[in-house]
Design a protein around this ligand. Sequence first.
Ligand code: ATP
Length: 434
Amino acid sequence: MTSLETIVNLSRRRGFAFPSSEIYGGLRSAYDYGPLGVELLRNVKNEWWRSMVSARRDVVGIDSAVIQSRRVWQASGHEAVFTDPLVECRGCHQRFRQDRLPKPDQCPGCGRSGTFTEPRHFNLMLRTHMGPVETDDNLVYLRPETAQGIFINFANVLRVSRQKLPFGVAQVGKSFRNEITPGQFVFRTREFEQMEMEWFCLPSEASEWFEYWVDARRRWYLDLGMHPDNLRIRPHGADELSHYSVETVDVEYRFSWGWDELEGIANRTDFDLRQHAEHSGEDLSYFDPATGTRVVPYVIEPAAGATRTTFAFLIDAYRTEQVRGSERVVLGLDPRLAPYKAAVLPLSRKPELVEPASRIADDLSRRLTVEFDVTQSIGRRYRRQDEIGTPLCVTYDFDSLDDQSVTVRHRDTMHQDRVAADRLYPYLVEHLGL
Ligand code: ATP
């Protein structure tokens, strides 16, 4: 199983993610995505958007503000109950989330037992103030989930999109939680990205839709190449359910530290729409033309973490192999997720090869994300591309000058094909499966 350390090292070495504010010692709360990480993260979000929004006529997207009225979070219940149990060790004064302690009574900081304070409810919302004066009246929160931005726009979206029940509203964006103990690289950070969809349906159909979305979301991970043995669906026990949910499952990944959550899928009932209707005075019901009555829809919510899921795809794709006595590191990412779809590599730095190869790269990069690399030996360049997950390498050699063809090397099999330069783009598209 791939260790956390291996992935953290790869990420720093190759440029997937760096600790935020690193030159000032790092914040331990957030990460900055490097040239490869930003592509991978964007591809994960695009694949989610494609499957959840673009490929469906019954889901539309929105992009709501990070800063919303405080009343949103009072109505949703977050101000009162979005808390984690916090304990402090009386010995070393470090603070921990009680429900995540490896041993219930032992401090993971100093190893002492029986030193914890009574747990207190610690609210996870990050606060700030709007405007120049800091008073209670202008206190606002950075959103801890994207979902509420959808609920408060329910009536707007219904009016403009002409959707009929059942339908969904999706959003991808930043969320913020003042986690007591961030950690495990980008798994738990205080600033992160979520991909959430609220599926509005008739209350009588909610259980059926819940099953539908659990299955659809499970298949999304598998379709993008996640290993089935590393993925499971775990129903929540009654004591675990959030304040708004009657049924929840977690989609979990087998990390090196054990099974942990990638996504929660919840039946939120009509809780949120009713709360907002009551607190705002707006009518957030739906007129059902079939029965001629008004109904407050139930909501099924698949809520995934974009940054956390990207991390899981990275771990899942990592493998090492022995090739002719030396170790090869391969990131076997699905081509849809791979940061670069192809790398164009002139065999030598001689201008007679670099110039035509560069023209090929320019031409391809109008339609595909490609890298152009002239440094080091060709063998080393192949290994570098294997390690960052590039599915295909295009080599321009001295024969290319005569036969107008290039060699295409496949990451997974290391198989090589000779391909006419003017057939290169269709060849790549076919073999990438795009
Ligand atoms: P956890 O139990 O891990 O704290 P949660 O159950 O509170 O998470 P949800 O509120 O269901 O999480 O949020 C949906 C998804 O958002 C999670 O499955 C996860 O992928 C992502 N997420 C939540 N908190 C964080 C975080 N601090 N850092 C990164 N991703 C997060």
